[in-house]
Every structure is written in C-alpha cells, then in structure tokens.
Design a protein around this ligand. Sequence first.
Ligand code: KG4
Ligand code: ZN
Length: 346
Amino acid sequence: MGAPCVLAIESSCDETACAVVEGYRVRSSVVASQADIHGQFGGVVPEVASRQHLLAVVPVVHEALARAGHGDLTDVDALAVTEGPGLVGALLVGLQMARGLATATGLPLHGIHHMEGHLFSVFLEDDEREPPVFAPHVALLVSGGHSELVRVDGLGEYRVLGATRDDAVGEAYDKVAKLLGLGYPGGPAIEKLAAEGDPGAHAFPRAMAQQDNLDFSFSGLKTAVAVHIERSGAPQSRAQLANVCASFQAAIVDVLVLKARRALQREATNRLHVVGGVAANAGLRAAMRRAAHDDGFSLEIPPLRYCGDNAAMIAAAAVARIRAGWSPGSELHASLRIDDRRVRRP
Ligand code: KG4
Ligand code: ZN
C-alpha cells in the first residue's frame, strides 16, 4: 500500500471539521467555525454547538471530499474521528457520522484522542517539507480546554509532566477577554491589542513560577485582571486596554516559556513542540523562538491553520497508527487523559 489515505472528522467543541490526508500530506481541510454564533452568548453553549454540528457535518464532509478531488470514499483507506475529550453532545455528532460512514463502506474507523491529534499537527504537510522527528520530544499543549507539558517517547507513549491546576491558557484568554468586553474567542482579540501595548504596564502575577514543578495555574491571573478593573475602572482608551492585554499576555508567555525550558532540562531532550489553539499566538511564538535560539533547542510549531481545532491533525494521528500496524479498537472513549493506557491501543 502507498501512503494511507484517511478521512477524519472533528467535532469536539465549536468547529465542525473534516479533512482528507494522504500520508501526512493534506489533500483538503475544511473547518466550519461556530465562533460567531457562540460569540453572541459570550462563550460556547453546548446545546447550540451540538445543533450546529448536526447542521454542518454532512456539507462539511462533502466539501472535504470534493476539495480533495474525491467524489466519494473509494480512494480512502480508513476513517478517523475525535473520540474525546470535549463536549459530549458535540462529539456524538462527529462520532455518529463517522460510524455511519464506516458501516456503509466497511472502512476501519480509528478513534483519536483530541490532544493526541494536536500532537500530530506539527507533522502535517502542505508542501515538500520533511516532517520533524517524532520522538522523543516535549510537547506544550495549550488550548481552550488543556494546558499541559507532555513527554512523547513514541506513538501512544505519552507521559504528562505537568498540567494546569485550574484554568487552561485559552480559557484564561477567553475569560479575560470577556471581562474586557472583547467578545469570544478571546485569544485573537487580546493578541491584537497586546501587540500595541506595554507588557510592563501592570505587574500581573506569574503563578507558580517560583515553584519547582511543571504545573500551571491561570485563575489567579484572571482574578488579578478583574481586581485591576475593579480598582482602576474599565480601560478608558484603546491605549489603556492595550496595556492591560500586553501585561496579561506577558504573564502567560513568561510562565509558558519558563516551564517549557524547565521540562526540556529535566527530560534531557532538546526538542520542543508547541501545539493547540494558543500556539497561534504571535507573542508566544516569538518568545519560544527566542528561547530556542538562546538555549539551542529545536522548536516545532504548526502553521496557524493547524493550531486551532481541525480534522487534518486527527487524520494524521490515524495515519501514524496505520503505519505502525495498529488496528482500531472496538470501543471509543469520550473522556480520557492522554496518558491513559486505553489511548495506547495496539
Ligand atoms: O485548540 P483549540 O482550537 O480548541 C480546544 O481544543 O480547546 O483552542 C481554542 C483556544 C481558545 O480558548 C482561543 O481563545 C485560543 O485557543 N486561541 C488563542 C489564539 N487563537 C486561539 N489564544 C491566544 N492567542 C491566539 N492568537
Ligand atoms: Zn483543540
């Protein structure tokens, strides 16, 4: 068999996505975002998300097949779907669509852990680029639901080195954006303003920076911004707003860089991958590049289009499994840690 061709579906949160990936080469990647709809409510409303997935999933699969130049599934070798973690009602829509396709075609269906999908986002190719070495490396997973440092020793060989004790980084961005009246999702809005502001304007806390561990905590930072607004009033000008955003982002980026450096030292590896929705952040990307240059470690960050949720990364994780000769398990699990032994399913 040549490079395996996988059609994958992702519906864990507020993006309905489908992709066709051959080897690690992306043939098509379609992402229908619901952000505008949830923005009206200030955050993701689970029931609304499920309903939107139901409306979008069939057209999104059709479009992914059409853009890949396939009218149907005859050139596809396997199917993949995000099994979890995520909003259960949202996951169910992708899952049932994938199960239906598997039943109709007889194709094998691989259930993929959402965060394992993010790990594989650095391998996706749109051009002739050589994929990076997979293992060993330390991955910093930063998204709306997760913030963790994971040691990766091979396919299915994941050890969580540290994780957030409370809010995820993306969640902190979203909550602070709400406090500042910047709407949902908060990351891109804060990033834009942060670029105009002074990161030294406000001394927001770097939680757990002094503690000799690889864990994070971001809820105190959110409270610090809330207290600042309570004491000084809401920012009155764009410049004031930009200063709050820049100072908030600096506190986040400082801690992420510090803990990633510490993880590389402890794990005696010089390869860092930064993945997840927050990996799209220009301030974080630049700070990580500086650290990589100063410390001499190699750094992989996916292109912007593969940082946020997409199905191409889910397909890529399935490609790795197929190449390793793993057959799909008979069960799918909506809620597992990435280092749960059931994620490793030969
Ligand atoms: O990986 P992702 O698309 O979905 C989850 O798995 O959660 O991550 C979404 C999160 C949101 O919280 C969003 O605000 C954040 O990623 N995000 C950003 C940026 N773009 C998206 N955070 C900071 N800077 C960005 N440019
Ligand atoms: Zn994600």
